[in-house]
Design a protein around this ligand. Structure first.
Ligand code: PHE
Length: 337
């Protein structure tokens, strides 16, 4: 049996055949197993002798099977290693890399400039109550200026915010009367406009608010000059034109010298040399009161700018809709800037 088994095992050339032989000799119904099973019928003297022989045979067969199996495993590993070799000298495939959206980029730039002046960033909800969006900002019900910002109402008292100014009230109330308060508030705002090259039902604003003792209009003007010069270059100048917002008094609109022609006059500034970039003013006493401050003790200034507008001017983009269409031909121009 031993000789026959070892001879057959020597010739095995594949793992399947090896397994067949293992079953044939050592399996439950295998030839050697049968011999061991028959030992019950032997005499007491024969049993240890035959048992010893049978165990030796089993050990020999198992040994050869293990050797063969190891050889097959080794060959298999080598075959796999050869097949899976990586040619490290092949040129790589470049994955498409995303970029930061130009509006995000400009928002971050604006945030950085104001963070550098000691401001913190605050955010508020896009779904807002009438109180924060209008009432607390000195726009009582039926105030004509409410029409200036045609709104998306959800209920009578809840709407999509039409500007970031409600975050002024929220941050003042959260500050609990503490001064100085210096925040900027970026975010989405919504108005019922028909979309065109310069209008969108959704756009982005950044609000600024400073509250403290003796805050004056000159502080506002200096702050804005500092901002536009960091944003557009040290040669840029500003001018303030009187304007009206219910939540600031006095109010102003701010122009910068045209970022395209430097103020000489071109198509972009309609040959005036100036381009409007934001609205601002001194925080109205009633607004300070809604924020929990005593207007006899503190004063403040606020401003609000459209991020799209700042970005259009900075990158000379002709249509606001480019920002929302996600056309890679547009977006990829900003990916590596
Ligand atoms: N909230 C105003 C707007 O959306 C902008 C503004 C903010 C004006 C703060 C003055 C002060 O038009």
């Amino acid at each position: 049996l031993r000789r026959e088994a070892l001879a057959q095992l020597q010739e095995v050339a594949d793992p399947g055949r090896l397994n067949d032989l293992r079953v044939q000799y050592l399996g439950k119904k295998g030839q050697l197993t049968e011999v061991l099973r028959g030992m019950g019928g032997l005499s007491a003297e024969e049993r240890p002798v035959i048992g010893q022989v049978a165990n030796d045979v089993r050990a020999a067969i198992e040994g050869v099977i293990a050797e063969k199996q190891a050889a097959f495993d080794r060959a298999d590993t080598e075959r796999r290693l050869a097949a899976e070799t990586i040619d490290v000298s092949l040129p790589g495939k470049a994955g498409a890399r995303g970029g930061i959206h130009p509006l995000t980029k400009v928002t971050q730039e604006i945030e950085d400039i104001f963070l550098g002046m000691g401001y913190t960033v605050a955010e508020g909800p896009e779904v807002e109550t009438d109180y924060f969006n209008f009432e607390a900002l000195n726009l009582p019900k039926n105030h004509p200026a409410r029409d200036m910002q045609d709104s998306f109402y959800i209920t009578d008292e809840i709407l999509l915010r039409t500007h970031t100014s409600p975050v002024q009230i929220r941050t003042m109330q959260a500050a609990n009367g503490k001064t100085p308060l210096k925040v900027i508030c970026p975010g989405k705002v919504y108005r019922r406009d028909d979309d065109d090259a310069t209008h969108s039902f959704m756009f982005h604003q950044i609000e600024g608010l400073v509250v403290g003792p003796n805050i004056r209009m000159s502080d506002l003007k200096g702050t804005l000059l500092q901002f536009v010069q960091q944003m557009y270059g040290a040669q840029v100048q500003i001018r303030l034109r009187p304007s009206f917002f219910p939540f600031t008094e006095p109010s102003a609109e701010v122009d910068v010298t045209c970022t395209q022609c430097g103020g000489h006059g071109c198509r972009m500034c309609k040959h005036t040399g100036w381009i409007e970039i934001l609205g601002c003013g001194m925080v109205h006493p009633k607004v300070l009161e809604h924020g929990g401050y005593d207007p006899k003790e503190v004063s403040g200034f606020a401003f609000g700018m459209g991020v799209e507008r700042i970005a259009l001017l900075k990158y000379d983009i002709d249509d606001i809709r480019h920002f929302y269409n996600n056309d890679l031909r547009f977006l990829s121009q900003f990916a590596r800037m």
